[in-house]
Design a protein around this ligand. Structure first.
Ligand SMILES: [Mn+2]
Length: 539
């Protein structure tokens, strides 16, 4: 079974690394299932740098986890070629116990559907309509169907006209049979001769009777095929009808759907369909599966593991249709409900990857270097190179152990990573301000808090007026009563705080004077642990 391991929306490095490192761990300890990491958005520059540095592919983007057609469809589908005979397909349906068979053309594209319903209709039509002209079988089709033998003639010749049984007197047959009809008879030499003289499109001799030399000679001259059937006349006549191509009786426009289609959007249409069957085809109209009304009641929700978040607002679309198996997180619990008991590893440490590292150790597993590299990057990123007040002893220990494994200097590597993260060349003010923007709602109104952690803040301080301008615009647009931007200097362990909107509120929050809406606050580096509590206390 496939299990989706997903981090939060607007992913950061911890979230991306956790989905990869935890999926890797699970794949090592659980052979029965396949764990696949996914991302819910574009990667930030830091995550891109880290994945490049350790040469790991970025996880695939996941749009939603709603139940899709592909989750409930029957994948093993027997299809049949449009030139198959009705007899062949009917037999396949009996043997394999299937009720319907999609019909495909020479390029394997869907062109129709055969169900028991069409077969039943065919039985009745057979009585009403005698001619083979609509969809003439070839001589070789009837040989195959009857298990017969070709005595003389061209096996690719098409049969036409009406199938007639030569059971009457020779005179009657003479009157009755027309050119191009198909005549079925036993060992009646006189009737066989008449048939050839009348130039039927095929003469079928039943009961395995081989015609005599003169008849064969005559048929050769007139170019009339003779087929010998091992069956008695009645069976032979029935098999003749069943040797016509399926194309004649199949439903030409069956209901179709796509594997990616969201099931609840398609349910209604399937319920309304007379047969309650839809063929699942891809973009090239190739058959991928079948879905029937019965498949709608199978509980086939997607299985997911949430890492680095547990809040409904931060998780994937369609979570209500999915089954959460596990949560690995270091944030507050955020109002998700589960139908069954789940495994949860939630601890107040600096990074989700610190918890995952602990799980590697508990399982006696060593991650390969590239995974270890991702994990140390994530911990250094979330803890601001172990300087953030969210940093715990466990984070420090994890970084030490991982750096021993990697044989790198974690602080040196961390600074290098931060430099890559803060290379904001080519970013507009708005892009810088919305890179990591969180909102919080108070009784007085909405507050936006954006943060960037950098090694060299001068790059941004140079354009502080432009930043303030952009902040005012965003505050207006998003109806923030206050918009704060924390430009955190990782090495100095403090933040420049920019304030827009009712910026006087910021002076109240931080108990300090702002100059031109900016102030530097030593020791303030964490939005979650320092700024948010100050806001809640003072506004
Ligand atoms: Mn995190």
């Amino acid at each position: 079974m496939k299990i989706h391991v997903i981090g939060h929306k607007r992913p950061d490095t911890d979230s991306i690394a956790a989905s990869i490192s935890y999926a890797y761990l699970k794949n090592q300890i659980d052979e029965k299932n396949e764990y696949i990491p996914f991302r819910l958005g574009e990667l930030n520059p830091e995550s891109n740098y880290v994945l490049d540095y350790f040469n790991i592919a970025k996880p695939n983007y996941l749009e939603h986890v709603y139940i899709q057609v592909k989750d409930v469809m029957i994948e093993k589908v027997i299809t049949a070629d449009k030139e198959s005979t009705i007899y062949e397909i009917g037999n396949t349906m009996l043997e394999k116990q299937v009720k319907c068979i999609p019909i495909v053309d020479e390029n394997r594209k869907l062109i129709g559907l055969l169900t028991e319903r069409e077969l039943a209709k065919n039985f009745l039509k057979e009585i009403q309509n005698f001619t083979l002209d609509e969809n003439p079988p070839k001589v070789k089709d009837i040989i195959k169907t009857m298990n017969g033998k070709l005595i003389v003639g061209d096996e690719n010749r098409k049969l036409k006209g009406c199938p007639t049984i030569g059971a009457m007197s020779a005179d009657e047959v003479k009157r009755y049979v027309k050119k191009d009809d198909v005549l079925i008879t036993g060992n009646r030499k006189d009737i066989q001769k008449i048939a050839i003289e009348k130039e039927v499109s095929c003469l079928i001799i039943t009961g395995n009777f081989i015609p005599d030399k003169n008849i064969i000679k005559l048929a050769k001259e007139k170019n009339i095929p003779i087929v010998v059937s091992p069956h008695p006349t009645y069976i032979t006549a029935r098999l003749l009808r069943l040797s016509t191509h399926v194309e004649r009786i199949m439903e030409k426009k069956p209901l179709t759907t796509h594997p990616e289609e969201i099931l609840k959007d398609f349910e209604e249409e399937l319920m309304q369909d007379k047969k309650g069957i839809a063929i699942v085809v891809d973009d090239n109209i190739k058959v991928k599966g079948i879905i029937t009304r019965h498949d709608l009641i199978k509980p086939k929700s997607k299985k997911i593991i949430l890492v680095d978040h547990s809040e409904k607002s931060q998780t994937v679309e369609g979570i209500e249709e999915a089954e959460i198996l596990e949560i690995i997180d270091h944030h507050r619990l955020g109002g998700l409900e589960t139908g069954l008991p789940i495994t949860a590893h939630i601890r107040p440490v600096g990074s989700t990857n610190t918890i995952i590292w602990d799980l590697y150790k508990k399982n006696n597993l060593k991650p390969p270097k590239e995974i270890a590299g991702l994990m140390i990057s994530a911990i250094l990123s979330d803890t601001m190179i172990l300087k953030s007040p969210t940093t715990t002893y466990e984070d420090k220990k994890a970084v030490e152990e991982l750096s021993n494994l990697l044989k790198i200097d974690p602080i040196e590597y961390g600074i290098q990573m931060y430099k890559a993260k803060t290379n904001l060349e080519g970013f507009s003010e708005k892009e810088i301000l919305t890179l990591d923007l969180k909102e919080t709602r108070l009784s007085k109104g909405k507050i936006g808090i954006s943060q960037i952690e950098v090694i060299n803040p001068d790059q941004i301080l140079l354009k502080k007026e432009k930043i303030i301008h952009a902040m005012e615009r965003i505050a207006k647009e998003k109806k923030y009563i206050l918009f704060l931007f924390l430009l955190t200097d990782v090495l100095k362990e403090g933040s420049y705080i920019f304030a827009a909107g009712q910026y006087k509120l910021a002076e109240k929050v931080f108990k300090t004077k702002f100059h031109n809406q900016i102030s530097f606050l030593e020791g303030i580096v964490s939005r979650k642990k320092q700024v948010m509590p100050l806001i809640f206390r003072n506004i």
